[in-house]
Write a protein that binds this ligand. Sequence first.
Ligand SMILES: O=C(O)CCC(=O)C(=O)O
Ligand SMILES: [Fe+2]
Length: 264
Amino acid sequence: MKTRLTKKQIEQYRNDGFIIIEDFLNAKELAKWRVITDDAVRQRLIERNGLTNQSNPDAYYAQVFTQCVRLADTHAGMAELMLDERLGEVAGKLAGVDGIRIWHDQALIKPPYGNPTAWHLDNPYWSFYSRDAISIWVALDDATPANGCLWYLPGTHKTARYDNVGIGHNQRDLFKVYPEWAEIEAVPAPAKAGSAVFHNGLVAHAAGANMTPRPRRAMTCAYMPDGSTFNGQQNVLPDDYFRSLKIGDVLNNDKQNPLIWRRA
Ligand SMILES: O=C(O)CCC(=O)C(=O)O
Ligand SMILES: [Fe+2]
């Protein structure tokens, strides 16, 4: 795993709101991530389909990607991958924070000839608001403009508010909320299998359609800076925990949001 970051990479991440790290995983690690992700997704679809977005496979959103959230909760191999301190270290150093907790992992498999992923922001969906939230998106297949690699509107994390839109049928819905972004030229983030893209939770991003007869697999994880507080939204919080929280409470439950890295 390529954990060394240059000053230039950190600067680029902070300016653009995203960065591609080529060959983040080596060949052996990539092989392991593929096997574990495939197994965890297969198991989730068979055993707990209701926890996926595949209960109605004909729905538009089901054909954007097969989405399996918090696989580390139900798959020991995935837990081992996701709890790796090195992932938190890279995320934390890019974000410039002192500690990194897992918000949720998620596998995102864009199916053959799958729908595009409409422009959106991530952090507004979650139960905390932070300008330093960050996600990792690891390509398990070569992600290209042909099969639905990510695209970004660079710099938008700097002016984003916590307003958002759902990932619906219209690519351009986000511009109803942020008309000032509609003229920005989008930048693709092609990523060879094993490469990783990190992005800020407030940067505008999207993915194109998969115009190939093969799936485009990605394993991702969203991170919460340590010390973040509850904003009143449930998102992936279990009912009991959600009901016990008051707005402003620190989200420091180590089982729900493991602290995987702390600055030395
Ligand atoms: O993989 C995709 O199509 C979208 C990914 C995304 O929105 C994310 O990782 O936040
Ligand atoms: Fe996203």
